[in-house]
Design a protein around this ligand. Structure first.
Ligand code: CTP
Length: 399
């Protein structure tokens, strides 16, 4: 089991639907999972190892005779938090039922104690064959989740029940198996994203390099987990997220007003936005000529997090972000205390690689002083790790 509980072992059986599993892999990654693909040897007739390696960013093996020193059938089984087999052929299902271990995937299934979801796809006559019916019954009895194939047109001209389900339906079922599909249902999550801009005149502003990618990832992840999500987006122009109410803002003052209005109705606030620490004292209504651009006097902006944290009622969770280049944990702990937070994630920006990047690495520090390192992960993965911690804190007595 991995420390982040995001490791998915995607087993791919030798059916034509194997090509659809490429999209499934992508959507799992979008949902924050890290995926290792183990095809059966037959599956390579449909999609080759190079495709799986490129998409997963990990090596691909099909037999226990490859990469022998790593003892992959055991190490993969131990590292997998979840096993998802999609598509599962009639033959693969039968082999699993009989405890066969004739390729790497079936060895892993035998050795793994992780929750398992099987997504069958085959011709309707094979699906309705009493041998398959009995095998599926046995798998379910043993605790495997087995999806029902969809009814519709098959590879040939005939139709019936046996089609590989749509990717969204598989991801939804998988999230159910993982148990996080609805852990935020009934909760309201307020997220800020992007960077505020403080106008100097109609064409110039003081701004920063925050892209908004992390805030959008958190909003998406919270919505996928059933929350009502409100996103205050400062100058970040990503596309709409289904089910998320996005309010665009420009300045720290606008963000502050919205936070004050929305925070009292939220269970969790996640403040990823980079708020400009100061704004010009005077905003010119006409463009300042460069000959007159000598000096801009600044006024400090309020600390939005600290100001909102003063309104906190019991049961509300406040999460802050920090970007630091040195003394990461000490600086993060100080900000957590000074701003009255429950949890803070500190980005390690010492190499300048976080802004605008899809990847992040850093540390979480919580108000009990518990610290955990996050090695390079996507911002989607980070979003789910952060929400796991927030959900855990929501469940604590006297939060
Ligand atoms: N933040 C805020 N209001 C501000 C400045 C920051 O609410 N005026 C929030 C950010 O959204 C973030 C956290 O405080 O969640 C930490 O932001 P950061 O810029 O790292 O901290 P600062 O307090 O500005 O400290 P410094 O710039 O001195 O490191």
């Amino acid at each position: 089991m991995s420390s982040s509980r995001r490791e998915v072992l995607l087993g791919v059986g030798g059916g034509i639907a194997a090509y659809k599993a490429c999209d499934l892999l992508r959507r799992l990654q979008d949902s924050g999972y890290v995926v290792t693909v183990v095809p059966t040897p037959a599956a390579l007739n449909f999609v080759g190892s190079a495709t799986w390696e490129a998409l997963s960013g990990r090596p691909v093996y099909t037999q226990v005779w490859e990469n022998v020193p790593a003892v992959t059938h055991i190490s993969y089984a131990q590292n997998a938090d979840y096993v998802l087999i999609a598509p599962a052929t009639a033959d693969l299902i039968a082999r699993i039922v009989h405890g066969r271990a004739d390729d790497l995937l079936t060895n892993i299934v035998l050795a793994s104690t992780a929750p398992k979801l099987i997504v069958p796809a085959m011709h309707p006559q094979m699906w309705n064959n009493s041998a398959t019916i009995e095998n599926v019954r046995i798998l379910r009895e043993r605790g495997f989740a087995v999806m029902e194939p969809e009814t519709g047109r098959l590879t040939g001209s005939d139709s019936g029940q046996g089609r590989f389900p749509e990717t969204v339906a598989i991801v939804e079922k998988f999230e159910e198996v993982v148990g996080r599909s609805a852990d935020l249902s009934g909760r309201t999550v307020l997220v800020t994203a992007g960077g505020t801009r403080e106008p100097i005149d109609p064409v110039r502003f003081i701004g920063n390099r925050s892209s908004g990618i992390q805030g959008y990832a958190i909003a998406r992840a919270a919505a996928a987990r059933g929350a009502k999500v409100q996103l205050i987006a400062a100058n970040s122009h990503e596309i709409a997220i289904p089910g998320v109410e996005i309010t665009p803002v420009e300045t720290a003052a606008q963000m502050h007003d919205l936070l004050l209005a929305k925070f009292p109705h939220s269970d969790i606030l996640v403040m990823t936005a980079a708020v400009a620490d100061a704004r010009p004292k005077v905003v010119s209504s006409t463009k300042i000529k460069k000959s007159e651009l000598e000096e801009i006097q600044l006024l400090a902006n309020p600390d939005l997090l600290a100001s909102v944290a003063l309104l906190r009622k019991s049961g509300q969770i406040i999460v802050g972000f920090a970007a630091e280049t040195e003394n990461l944990i000490a600086n993060a702990s100080n900000k957590l205390l000074a701003k009255g937070l429950d949890l803070i994630y500190v980005n390690n920006v010492s190499d300048g690689a976080i802004f605008g990047s899809e990847l992040t690495h850093g540390h979480f520090v919580d108000k009990d002083g518990v610290e955990s390192e996050v090695s390079e992960v996507t911002k989607d993965t980070l979003a789910h790790e952060l929400l796991d911690k927030a959900v855990y804190r929501l469940g604590l007595p006297n939060v």
